[in-house]
Design a protein around this ligand. Structure first.
Ligand code: PBG
Length: 329
């Protein structure tokens, strides 16, 4: 009790603060999302994601070499699919020579040790912008999971280390695990987007991939029949435990900042690594406020990233990975 205890003694200098700091960020914490597009020499800035780009394969190669040099060791690949290749069943997702499959090979050739994770969901390939197959105004569950499993095998064949299903269909982790086992990909891991909420923070990402759900009669224009209601907490635990039972190696909570209560709850509850996705809208907000001079970019970024780790994240998927490395000097 005061005056015997004065908590400010432990805050008196940067050295004592460093000595007792509970949470520190390192390059090892980061998983770097990358957007890949068809073409050559392309590095297009995404308007709602300042300083983040869609890269053609030649630039993807340069980028991963640079990331590796900076100390970053894992990437999460997304592809922007040409409109003419989109259909309701995500047929192009299974093309052994599709953009994703070539992107995986490009990264592995450029930088064999770089851990490659791939997005597994139909939305970038879907003419409807949904994560599954649409029929009679519904997003079909089991039929979609089958395609996701084939997609996962196709990514594994191309050399992916982990597949990351981001679709929220029921039972897809088991379907994917069994397909990978059947095809001999016993070492290919699964990072499950386990507690993925129907969030308005995905807007800039959907711009980046041109993957937003479209207006069609009788088809919902949102993803609320598969992504979770952001009002719910216990459901996140159930989803996560089921994914682990079905064979997920890593589980994920998404988005980040608004869901740190869920992150802590899950971290306390499970014994597999927990990833957090700090999503595109979270990135865009910081960039926009900083551009206006309203917030200090690096200070706010570090506070948010540290909060994500403090909440229990073992892996942070973040568009700020390179910005973070820059702050290390
Ligand atoms: C789609 C997918 C989304 C994100 C990752 N995978 C968007 C969505 O569910 O609509 C969002 C990532 C971000 O906003 O940064 N399966």
């Amino acid at each position: 009790m005061y005056p015997l205890i004065r908590n400010r003694r432990l805050r008196a200098s940067e050295s004592i603060r460093r000595l007792i700091r509970e949470t520190t960020l390192t390059p090892d914490d980061f998983l770097v999302p990358l957007f890949v597009t068809e073409g050559k020499g392309i590095k297009e800035e995404i308007p709602s994601m300042p300083n983040y780009f869609r890269l053609s394969l030649d630039n993807l190669e340069k980028e991963v070499k640079e990331l590796w040099k900076m100390g970053l060791c894992s990437v999460l690949l997304f592809v922007k699919v040409e409109d003419k290749l989109k259909d309701n069943k995500g047929t192009e997702a299974l093309n052994p020579n599709g953009l994703m499959q070539r992107a995986i090979k490009t990264v592995k050739n450029a930088c064999p040790q770089m851990l490659v994770m791939t997005d597994v969901a139909l939305d970038p390939f879907s003419s409807y912008g949904h994560d599954g197959i649409v029929a009679e105004g519904m997003i079909l569950n089991d039929e979609s999971a089958e395609v996701l499993a084939e997609m996962s095998v196709s990514h594994a064949k191309a050399g992916a280390d982990f597949v990351a299903p981001s679709d929220m269909m029921d039972g897809r982790i088991l379907t994917i695990r069994e397909a990978l086992e059947d095809e001999g990909f016993t070492n290919t891991g699964i990072m499950a987007y386990s507690a993925k909420y129907a969030s308005a923070f995905y807007g800039p990402f959907r711009d980046a991939l041109d993957s937003a759900p479209v207006d069609i009669a009788n088809v919902p224009k949102d993803k609320k029949t598969y992504q979770m209601d952001y009002a719910n907490r216990y459901e996140a635990i159930r989803e996560t435990q089921l994914d682990i039972d079905e064979g997920a190696d890593i589980v994920m909570v998404k988005p980040g900042l608004c869901y740190l209560d869920i992150v802590r709850e899950i971290r306390n509850d499970v014994d597999v690594p927990v990833a957090v996705y700090q999503v595109s809208g979270e990135y865009a907000m910081v960039k926009a406020a900083a551009e206006k001079g309203w917030l200090d970019h690096d200070a706010v970024m570090l506070e948010q990233l540290t909060a994500i780790k403090r909440a229990g994240a073992n892996i942070i998927a973040s568009y700020f990975a390179k910005d973070f490395i820059r702050t290390l000097g």
